[in-house]
Write a protein that binds this ligand. Sequence first.
Ligand SMILES: NC(=O)c1ccc[n+]([C@@H]2O[C@H](COP(=O)([O-])OP(=O)(O)OC[C@H]3O[C@@H](n4cnc5c(N)ncnc54)[C@H](OP(=O)(O)O)[C@@H]3O)[C@@H](O)[C@H]2O)c1
Length: 426
Amino acid sequence: MEPEMIHVVCKADNRQHAVVNIPSSPDHNLPPSSLRARPILLGLTSNNLSYARGGDLLHWWKTYPVPPTAPAPYNDQASWGIVPAWGYATVTESNVPGIIPDSLIWGYWPTSTSPALLRLERSEPEGHWVEVSSHRQQLMPIYNRYECVHSDEENEADERAWGTVFRGVWVAGYLLSEYVFSPDPRAREPVHPLGDASGLPWSADDADLSSAVVVVLGASTKVARSFSWCLFDRPRESGPLGLVQVTSSPGALQEVVDGKGWAGWSKTLAYTEIDRATEWIEGLQPSKVVIVDCGARDNVLSRICQNVQESALRSCKPVILQVGSQQKVYTADEVQAARAAMQSLGKIQYNTSGIQDTVITREGAARYFGEVSCRWKEWLAHRASAIPDMGLVYGQGIAGENGIYGGWEKLSTGAVRPEEGLVYAL
Ligand SMILES: NC(=O)c1ccc[n+]([C@@H]2O[C@H](COP(=O)([O-])OP(=O)(O)OC[C@H]3O[C@@H](n4cnc5c(N)ncnc54)[C@H](OP(=O)(O)O)[C@@H]3O)[C@@H](O)[C@H]2O)c1
């Protein structure tokens, strides 16, 4: 039997990583309500760097511990971990009633060729399943949800590949526009960026963008592209009054703005042009400036905050949402500095799972997933105009420059270009 390959990352220094072989597991009985599924198509984005950086705090390392059969030193689970990725896997064995071998499942998988063992319980809506293994119970619920994909859905290979790259983060942008900044608070009660479980208040005023200018930093990130697209589709009267997108790739984003007829209400700036934002925002006379940080480079956030403070905008209500971080591996000191900046700038942390959990409780899973799946498919169908610059960059397998190993190398050095979507066939 061919050995299986897994990609492992050093927990203390995420730049260190390796590919290790493990023996193929011989057939043995499956535990009750369990299946094994082999990852076949996975995407990598900056989000995967976050799974490693926050792996201890938010329990992402617990999803798929390194098997004890891995060679030393990688079998030391305290020091090495597997970074999970969004994508598809094929069921190789199953005793879960309702899921047969060869079924295709969407979800959160190990970066490994080895079949993953899942213990599943049926959930809502039809076709959704929840992972209930004890070692995964501290994970946020979004990571324990799996969905069987029927052959008549998402059957186009290209759509599946885009799904691996976008779907896991696209929902973050959608929830931010539709629930945190709900366009119609009477129809959709606004949700705090951390969700109801935080116990923190978030009023209709907090959610109101009708007299606000939204500034998106790291506007080429996938999460930001999804957020901006949702903003473009809102009724104009629900706001925002104006949108500033700050990115290394302004040309491509401006094309989207023009295509959506938003040129009059939007400014797309390179990082080096950040000082031009304030005057343009002042001209719109907003009562609120909402800064959404999706992973801005270097000092851009502090620069714009300083500019706002030193301008006529200082009387506006500032709101800074922390969605993501730069595409790089942070040193311990940089993590510390980022935490300190959260405090000093009064940033509000954003959490997709917290919001999704809240909406499921309020509206029911069937209604929520029905709507989100509709909007996702609509976006996917319009991808040529939503992300005109982007293309898929296919890799193969785990090892080597063209495999997951090479993808991690590129991500951890900030070498993935804004127009590249990394997808791996395993
Ligand atoms: N809080 C949540 O619930 C939540 C949910 C989803 C994602 N996130 C986070 O949001 C962030 C973005 O995730 P994503 O998957 O959407 O990212 P992504 O598409 O992989 O991000 C790529 C973009 O990162 C930007 N970037 C910033 N610094 C860079 C650098 N040093 N080198 C190269 N590119 C750099 C570039 O955009 P510019 O040219 O515009 O700078 C680039 O286009 C991640 O930190 C992720 O974990 C958070």
